[in-house]
Design a binder for this molecule. Structure first.
Ligand SMILES: C[S@@+](CC[C@H](N)C(=O)[O-])C[C@H]1O[C@@H](n2cnc3c(N)ncnc32)[C@H](O)[C@@H]1O
Length: 215
């Protein structure tokens, strides 16, 4: 067997073992993705697999919107969203880990991001968000939802902060050891009265959109 094939098989085996290990651990323990993976999350390599433009378009993010990112991590997509909503829009980036928020704060200090003035960083838990009722046009999360221990409580909170007819967009990505199937995300998303809108993308990289009813 040639060396390249051997290396590929070794990588594949490590990937599968990692997935199995984390999934078993998750059955017993709730913990957020550790902050030391922030550099990987916010890497061009990752964005080549998960294009920010596609996530923005699939989520329904548009100019002028007030949006909330739940679990922004190190901000891999936050600056792209801030540019997409533009000067008249707002991005609130919420994460439970201050170490993650520090990474996005440092990112925003870089010269290439000096033009971005519409991001507010918020340390908080998706289960109890320090945010106003009926404020946002859209809430999105990328590879976060399965980390939240009480998903129904988080959905109630998201519903509270969304305007009537506001959009919830949940993006999932297979290399994430928490990756759920589309059907699982749709089942969870609709369990608190959200209406399922559309699921776009591939099996391994998709966005499910939901609408908050206006009553
Ligand atoms: C796998 S990372 C993804 C980060 C970012 N969305 C991305 O795609 O690069 C998951 C993030 O969700 C955050 N998180 C997990 N549980 C949370 C909760 N209950 N409330 C707020 N953030 C949470 C973690 O701290 C972590 O930064």
């Amino acid at each position: 067997m040639n060396t390249a094939i051997t290396i590929l098989i070794v990588i594949l085996v490590i990937f599968i073992l990692w997935q199995v290990f984390i999934r078993i651990l998750r059955r017993y323990l709730d913990f957020p993705a550790p902050a030391f993976i922030g550099n990987f999350l916010d890497s061009d390599f990752r964005r080549r697999m998960q294009s920010p433009d596609k996530i923005i378009s699939r989520s329904g993010i548009k100019e002028g919107m007030k949006v909330l990112e739940v679990g922004c991590g190190s901000g891999a997509f936050t600056t792209f969203v801030a540019r997409a909503v533009g000067d008249k829009g707002e991005v609130f980036a919420l994460d439970i880990q201050p170490e993650m928020l520090k990474q996005i704060e440092n990112k925003l200090k870089r010269s290439e991001n000096k033009d971005i003035k519409n991001i507010q960083l918020i340390e908080g838990d998706a289960l109890n968000m320090p945010l106003e009722d009926n404020y946002f046009d859209l809430v999105y999360s990328i590879t976060v939802f399965q980390e939240i221990p009480d998903k129904n409580k988080a959905l109630k909170e998201i519903k509270r902060v969304l305007k009537p007819n506001g959009v919830l967009a949940i993006t999932e990505f297979l290399p994430d050891p928490d990756y759920p199937l589309k059907s699982t995300t749709v089942k969870i998303g609709t369990s608190e009265g959200f209406i399922s809108d559309e699921v776009e993308g591939s099996f391994w990289n998709y966005t499910a959109r939901f609408i908050k009813p206006d009553n």
